[in-house]
Design a protein around this ligand. Structure first.
Ligand SMILES: Nc1ncnc2c1ncn2[C@@H]1O[C@H](COP(=O)(O)OP(=O)(O)OP(=O)(O)O)[C@@H](O)[C@H]1O
Ligand SMILES: [Mg+2]
Length: 320
């Protein structure tokens, strides 16, 4: 018990879990099998949970945003990986470079270099921008904080600016991936509001805070309306990554990943591939799911070309 408490106070997760395992074994030897099993289950669960603490021994992390931040940030511990995604080779290379630089940041910083950590994702809906932020967090075992722009932008400029500062303070204090999703909300408001100057000031204060930030967090902004964003904005990011509707090779990848648990060997891809022009990754993923559901409801795991074609037509009609 003492050892447990000490390791907890020291923030030593590994030691904590190992002492807990010993306690479970001890209970098992005493014949307290149910208690021992309950302990083991809890330990397994704790091990499965991707932990931000793991990367920074000795430092405590408050995962659930509190106070003012509660309405601005939502937090997740994603388990997604880049390998779950179907992306063009060039994009994947650039994302892997972000991971590498993040992992080796100590080395880079020792030589006065900074890792890429301010990213802008631009591209049409459903092409994987949000999913990428989640996969980066998953790969780096970092929490994903999504900034809710609705909560950020208020009628009162002073309030908005102070909220924005609070978000950047969190970025500095708690290492994580911070996603400003549907970032165009900032830009879009510009044309809708009467007070153009006000949104300008929000954008400017965002830019200043972004520029000043030298934390160890990754900052990701995603948008599907690049034309709404200021040129000045693009320059402040270390990398601007462009997402596109899936090319032919990527299309088949999306289908095959989604249908991995099903029998899709009879599908005539030469009939399917020409039909998907204009559909996003998200549309393809949904079409696969529809075809799979139909198969399952028929009591089979075999996907037919026809079922897939019908599902694709449905997606196209919905996209129109
Ligand atoms: N590149 C991809 N590879 C595999 N699946 C994908 C990919 N892109 C999207 N998907 C599927 O589509 C879903 C929606 O994608 P996501 O939310 O990442 O799109 P987005 O680019 O953020 O779109 P939006 O601009 O509308 O926010 C994902 O949860 C996933 O199931
Ligand atoms: Mg998105």
């Amino acid at each position: 018990m003492m050892a447990l408490l000490r390791s907890h106070l020291d923030g030593d997760d590994k030691e904590f879990l190992s002492v807990a395992m010993q306690a479970a074994a001890h209970e098992a030897r005493l014949g307290h099998t149910t208690l021992a099993q309950q302990l083991r289950d809890l330990i397994d669960e704790a091990k499965r949970r991707p932990s931000a603490v793991e990367n920074r021994p000795g430092q405590l992390i408050v995962l659930e945003p509190r106070g003012e931040l509660a309405n601005l940030l939502s937090v997740q511990s994603p388990s997604a990986r880049l390998g779950d995604m179907a992306l063009p080779e060039a994009l994947l290379d650039r994302l892997n470079r972000v991971l590498l630089e993040h992992r080796q940041q100590k080395k880079l910083r020792e030589h006065g270099l900074t890792p890429r950590r301010k990213l802008l994702f631009v591209g049409p809906p459903g092409t994987g921008k949000t999913m990428t932020a989640s996969a980066l967090a998953g790969e780096l075992h970092l929490p994903l904080f999504t900034i809710m722009l609705e909560g950020l932008i208020t009628k009162f400029m002073g309030e908005t600016a102070s909220k924005l500062r609070a978000v950047f303070e969190a970025i500095r204090q708690t290492q994580g991936v911070y996603l400003f999703d549907e970032f165009d909300a900032l830009g879009a408001h510009r044309s809708q509001t009467n007070d153009v100057g006000e949104i300008r000031r929000v954008l400017n204060s965002f830019l200043q805070l972004l520029e000043k930030d030298s934390s160890q967090s990754l900052i990701v902004a995603a948008t599907n309306h690049p034309e709404m964003l200021d040129r000045a904005l693009f320059r402040r990011f270390d990398d601007v990554l462009e997402y596109e509707l899936p090319a032919a090779e990527v299309v088949q990848q999306v289908f095959q990943r989604k249908l991995a648990m099903f029998q899709a060997s009879d599908v005539e891809w030469s009939r399917v591939l020409p039909e998907v022009a204009g559909l996003s990754h998200s549309d393809l993923a949904r079409a696969s799911e529809e075809a799979a559901k139909k198969a399952v409801l028929r009591g089979s795991t075999r996907i037919t070309t026809e079922a897939l074609l019908v599902a694709i037509q449905e997606r196209k009609a919905a996209a129109r």
